[in-house]
Design a protein around this ligand. Structure first.
Ligand code: VGL
Ligand code: ZN
Length: 199
């Protein structure tokens, strides 16, 4: 086995009605379920923040959702409280065929730094264990899909390429936040330039 399907953050808070709802985000669940049927190996990431995480606007005085501020010396977008460990919003969508997921990787657990990539936190320091797991499984090719195109999908794709994986992204399985107009288009261009096959 050398191929895995990597599902990014298919959690209630990123779906319509959730705290950080990605427009049309629920459309990707059925795409995920179809791909799961044909996948040899399925891995999922789960955004998994402690209450009061440093990426939440509510954790800081005078910072509004969408503001960019400094968190541990890095630019950080201020998000609404989302994917708090143990809450409904942090759970995978009920529609997702979770029984078929072979391995789950949690990220964003350090309160002082955000983690968009499924491989490392945003300062690139602490690995989540995903790379070690995939390497141990002999996986060299990844199909990556999920939410959100312009954050967790893109940063996971860029790290995967950097780590030497062959990466395919099917945009039918991705939706973006587009906080600034054009963010999703720029994310697609960035992933292509870095060497991902984006279809
Ligand atoms: C995500 C913002 C904050 C994502 C996670 O899954 O793309 N975006 N946390
Ligand atoms: Zn998050």
């Amino acid at each position: 086995m050398n191929r895995a399907l990597l599902l990014i953050d298919l959690q209630n808070d990123f779906l319509p009605g959730g705290a950080l709802a990605v427009p049309d985000g629920d459309a990707v669940i059925e795409v995920a379920n179809q791909k799961i049927q044909h996948a040899q190996h399925v891995v999922a990431t789960q955004d998994w923040h402690p209450p009061g995480h440093g990426s939440f606007a509510s954790s800081h005085d005078g910072i509004e959702i969408g503001d960019v501020f400094q968190l541990s010396g890095r630019d950080q977008v201020a998000w609404p409280d989302h994917c708090v460990q143990g809450t409904f919003g942090a759970e995978f969508s009920n529609e997702l065929h979770v029984d078929e997921i072979d391995h789950v990787v949690c990220k964003g657990t350090d309160p002082t730094v955000d983690s968009y990539s499924g491989f490392f936190d945003n300062d690139g320091q602490n690995p989540t264990g995903l790379d070690a797991y995939l390497k141990a499984m002999g996986i060299t090719k990844l199909e990556i899909m999920g939410l959100a195109t312009d954050y967790c999908v893109m940063f996971t794709v860029l790290d995967a390429l950097q780590l030497g994986y062959e990466v395919e992204v099917d945009l039918a399985g991705c939706r973006g936040v587009n906080l600034n107009e054009g963010d999703v288009d720029r994310a697609i261009a960035t992933m292509r330039t870095a060497g991902a096959l984006v279809t």
